[in-house]
Design a binder for this molecule. Sequence first.
Ligand code: PMP
Ligand code: GLN
Length: 406
Amino acid sequence: MIDPTARSLTPFGHAPVLVDNAGMKRPLASKLPHVGTTIFTVMSQLAAECGAINLSQGFPDYDGPLALREAVKRYIDTGFNQYPPMAGVPGLREAVAAKVLRCYGATASPDTEITITPGATEAIYCAVTAVVQPGDEVIMFDPAYDCYEPAVTLAGGRPIRLPLLPPGYRIDWQRVADSITPRTRMIMINSPHNPTGSVLEADDLRVLAELAERHDLLICSDEVYEHLIFDGRRHESVLRYPALAARSFVVSSFGKTYHVTGWKTGYCVAPPALTAELRRVHQFVTFVGITPIQLGLAEFMREHPEHLDSLPGFYQRKRNLFVAALAGSGFRTLPSAGTYFQLADYSAISELPDREFAIWLTRNVGVAAIPVSVFYEQPPAARYVRFCFCKNDDTLREGAARLAAL
Ligand code: PMP
Ligand code: GLN
């Protein structure tokens, strides 16, 4: 059980101890002593315990397309159950190449520039591990998705965490330029951005390209929400900018795009030299992703390219439904330009810090949310929680009704 009065949800900073058969205790030096169980696991577990509507961890409560599920089942039933090639099923790499050409005008070789990974998380871990040397500095922006910092730390690198600026969670490029040192190796970006829903503009990428070239930096661009972008905006993929793409790992996830987060399948597009280094690591972390899932995705992508075009409208409608249902409530919603997340300021409702508020909300109101401070090295004073709106309309209406009754 979680102590609602505790400062943190999980035992951060605990010192692990190994007990042998004779009962002898030996301290175990943790490689990630400052890290607890991820907030997503913690909040989803609490939501399940409380029977709460789970608007915390980002996953849909609906299935992916029927034709996709049928295809995967068919591949399972017709003997496609052994290891695929290390870089991924060729047909899926070809489908990704066709997609990045269609969406971003980018040419990427399925053989030397595209790797299928078991989720975007593995791609990010392998990219960081492949190129970050001990002592290298890696710039990332707070609030930062939670897998970035541990990957850098485990590689012996030094995370340099810069705050995104209000309003709108913009990157302060002057501050980035001032933070670059001879040890800076990589900048990690994420657009559309989890948890804030902000998106990078063309000008941001131009400045990034200029800084990266001037200081010979690598980029890890987390674009898992590339197709979830609203109000007619265009996703500014790094792949649209050849000079930037030439020094970038561009990571995405089929989980978000096809409503199948539990299939844990993603990919990385990177120039041949970076791809070769990424694969050196990937082959010993997981070796490959799952064959029938890759084959099913390849078939579905070939036969249903229009699926991608439906996503902005599909999620924009859900965002609007959820935001409209909270209008006039104690929650003040912030702009969400992409992703399936919605930030809300709850300071008119409670003075609790966000972790405690998220627990209270789950237990007492029956709606689970993610406290935003967990994504910061130095959390600001603002009181925000993140709600996930990739849910059936009925789930969203019921969740919002409970929240609006506060
Ligand atoms: N990056 C961001 C910003 C995410 O929100 C997620 C969410 N799952 C991931 C990476 C990881 O994606 P995957 O589940 O494909 O590993
Ligand atoms: N990316 C998802 C989120 O932000 C969670 C993924 C996970 O649980 N690791 O909610």
